[in-house]
Design a protein. Structure first.
Length: 93
């Protein structure tokens, strides 16, 4: 299973997201490219070995859809290894 998590920011709309993919993409670059094509800048990206869940548990069943885990106005907050969007966060290993 290819589990990926990306934090991204859309400067034009001034909002940030945390989004997961659990089976929708074979490669991490495909997932990143999809978001860049939609106007996002990538803030953090990694597979499940790259991050700790924080208060966003991993998706349990594979799906061909991208799953929006958090969204908020303004840029994501990065405090050391902790990344926060709205009231959701995870940490980079």
């Amino acid at each position: 299973m290819n589990y990926f998590r990306i934090t991204a920011y859309n400067r034009e709309e001034d909002y940030s997201i945390i989004i997961d993919s659990c089976g929708a993409f074979n490669e991490l670059w495909q997932f990143s490219s999809c978001l860049v094509n939609k106007g996002f800048s990538i803030i953090a990206v990694g597979n499940e070995n790259f991050f700790e869940d924080g208060n966003i548990p991993k998706i349990e069943k594979p799906t061909d859809k991208m799953i929006l885990r958090a969204e908020a106005k303004e840029r994501p907050i990065r405090d050391g290894k902790k990344i926060t969007v709205g009231n959701k966060y995870y940490t980079i290993k």
